[in-house]
Design a protein around this ligand. Structure first.
Ligand SMILES: Cc1cc2nc3c(=O)[nH]c(=O)nc-3n(C[C@H](O)[C@H](O)[C@H](O)COP(=O)(O)O)c2cc1C
Length: 202
């Protein structure tokens, strides 16, 4: 039987889908001032809160770190790294200390996890992660750039506490945010056909 054509290939592309298809990460050091203002961030968080959310548990949590607070947070990251691994060379600690300074806004993004008889933690994390992607897509569509990074500090209890997350919550990523160069790279993606197939009943 000939393969069915990929269902999206011929679809007309509206503005919203065009924005989704153009999104690409921007490395933190290529993100400059200005950071999104409160109005833009509010729109992005509102987009996050459009993610599917089983039981309406509202797990999305975003903590913004800007201006001089980035250096203070960098100090905490370095202290936490040293506490986790006391033999860490000073040069590596310094790299950790400087991380938040790479872009004008660093967002700690996570999930507030509640004990629930029917909705396990993974579903709440999935809702929060989907929200993070909406947050990033919204900022990207508004002309900002983002980069979602991880690091061992996401699991560090002292860092979670400093950011106001409970031990049972989940920190899901560091989102570096700022304004990219106008001519930012948007690398090609693999063809969508590779990620889709119609189920063939046995
Ligand atoms: C949960 C999560 C954690 C990530 N952590 C890292 C990371 O620590 N380092 C890294 O280089 N990319 C990381 N990435 C991937 C980048 O965000 C980005 O997707 C990658 O650089 C490719 O760029 P693209 O988004 O334009 O495809 C992470 C992505 C996700 C979703």
């Amino acid at each position: 039987m000939p393969e069915a054509p990929f269902p999206l290939a011929e679809a007309p592309v509206n503005e919203a889908v065009r924005a989704l298809l153009a999104r690409a990460s921007v490395p933190p050091r290529q993100l400059h001032d200005p950071a999104p203002d409160a109005a833009a961030l509010s729109l992005a968080v509102a987009a996050a809160a459009r993610a599917p959310d089983h039981g309406w548990l509202r797990p999305w949590r975003f903590v913004g770190i800007q201006g001089e607070d980035r250096a203070k947070f960098g100090d905490l990251l370095a202290q936490a790294m040293q506490a986790r691994a006391p033999d860490t060379p000073e040069a590596r600690l310094e790299l950790e200390r400087l991380k938040p300074l790479r872009s004008p806004l660093l967002v700690a993004a996570g999930a507030a996890i509640r004990a629930h008889p029917k909705i396990p933690a993974w579903e709440q994390e999935a809702t929060a992660a989907a929200g993070i992607m909406n947050f990033i897509n919204a900022l990207d569509a508004m002309g900002f750039g983002c980069c979602w990074l991880s690091s061992p500090a996401l699991q560090d209890l002292s860092i979670k506490a400093a950011l106001g997350f409970a031990e049972t919550d989940r920190l899901l990523g560091w989102i570096y945010v700022g304004t990219p160069e106008a001519e930012r790279p948007r690398p090609e993606r693999p063809a969508p056909q590779g990620f889709w197939r119609d189920w063939q009943p046995a």
